[in-house]
Design a protein around this ligand. Structure first.
Ligand SMILES: [Fe+2]
Length: 321
């Protein structure tokens, strides 16, 4: 489809990269500054829904910049313009519901680095799209870096072909410990009551099992959830057969509240995990927020994280099927 005069203008942004010929993120701006408003944006999206979705799969990330999106209500209108179904967030991050389909992004302490992940990677159902909106850009730090996942697999295969194939063949097993009460001093501080939406242990067990996990109650009232086997990489339709690094080994291996090992109990060598962490960093795109930005991720293709930030920083999120 051609751009018409009233549609988008393709721009650039700091940190942008070209990966295998594709620009990440694709930056779409209003053609004229006076068209930088929500009404015009919604009109364009209405017309270009299918095109937009194709471009999102092709480029993995799209940034809408310069449309002066102001608040959760306007952001929700954008999300709803696509007609994608909502998928409810399940996981350890503390989040607050703001408006209709809009939530705060992880409210863990701004001083902490939220490690790269595919959203809800360990669950059976994960969002295809993660959409973020910047209401208040941080004065310093607070970038939302993201990583083309297939590049991590490619580079790990170059350096550790045997370890990669062993992990793939055996599958992975993770554990994650949730505390018994909400503890906002920690990024992982979302208690199991909140994480699973109940304070009834029997009900929590049912819900944990429905998510495909096993569990163990701990003497301190917390719960250790056990997931696995899970695959190391995944290939999704329409994404050029790319093998995505669809796991959370680096994020969970050898941590206070989590672990990652092969499903038969074999440890994952430390040097493999350390090198993978470096590769992920090297392949990352360091995206810096401006006020009113709306950023779309193909969650099947990209890992994302959050850099430590000075306050204030307000980024809202919606997740879609
Ligand atoms: Fe996330």
């Amino acid at each position: 489809m051609e751009f018409t005069r009233k549609d988008f203008k393709v721009g650039t942004c700091e940190g942008q990269k070209i990966v295998h010929g594709e620009t990440m993120p694709l930056v779409l701006q209003p053609n004229e500054p006076e068209l930088g408003n929500i009404d015009n944006l919604l009109m364009i999206l209405e017309k270009k829904r299918e095109w937009f979705e194709q471009m999102l799969i092709k480029n993995s990330a799209i940034l809408l910049r310069g449309f002066n999106v102001k608040n959760a209500e306007e952001f929700n209108d954008i999300v709803e313009a696509f007609g994608w179904d909502d998928i409810r967030y399940v996981g350890p991050a503390p989040r607050t519901h703001i408006y209709k389909r809009i939530w705060t992004a992880n409210e863990g302490p701004l001083s902490e680095f939220i490690y790269y992940h595919h959203e809800m990677v360990l669950f059976k159902d994960h969002p295809k799209k993660v959409i973020l909106f910047c209401e208040v850009p941080p004065p310093e730090g607070g970038q939302t870096p993201f990583v083309p996942s297939f590049r991590v697999t490619e580079r790990m295969l170059e350096e550790f072909p045997d370890a990669v194939e062993e992990m793939e063949k055996k599958g992975l097993r993770y554990t994650f410990t949730a505390l018994s009460n909400n503890d906002t001093s920690s990024m992982r501080g979302r208690g199991w009551e909140d994480a699973f939406g109940t304070s009834d242990k029997a009900e929590a067990e049912l819900r944990i099992k429905a998510l495909g996990m096993d569990l163990e109650w701990l003497p301190n009232g917390g719960v250790k959830t056990i997931l696995g086997p899970r695959s190391l990489t995944k290939v999704f339709d329409e994404r050029d057969g790319r093998r995505m690094w669809f796991n959370t080994v680096v994020g969970m291996h050898g941590k206070e509240y989590s672990s990652a090992a092969m499903a038969d109990g074999t440890e994952i060598p430390n040097n493999v995990v350390k090198r993978c962490e470096q590769i992920i960093e090297e392949e990352s795109i360091q995206f810096k927020w401006e006020k009113g930005d709306v950023l779309f991720f193909d969650n099947l293709a990209l890992l994302h994280g959050r850099r430590p930030s000075l306050p204030p920083r307000k980024v809202l999120v919606a997740t879609c099927k």
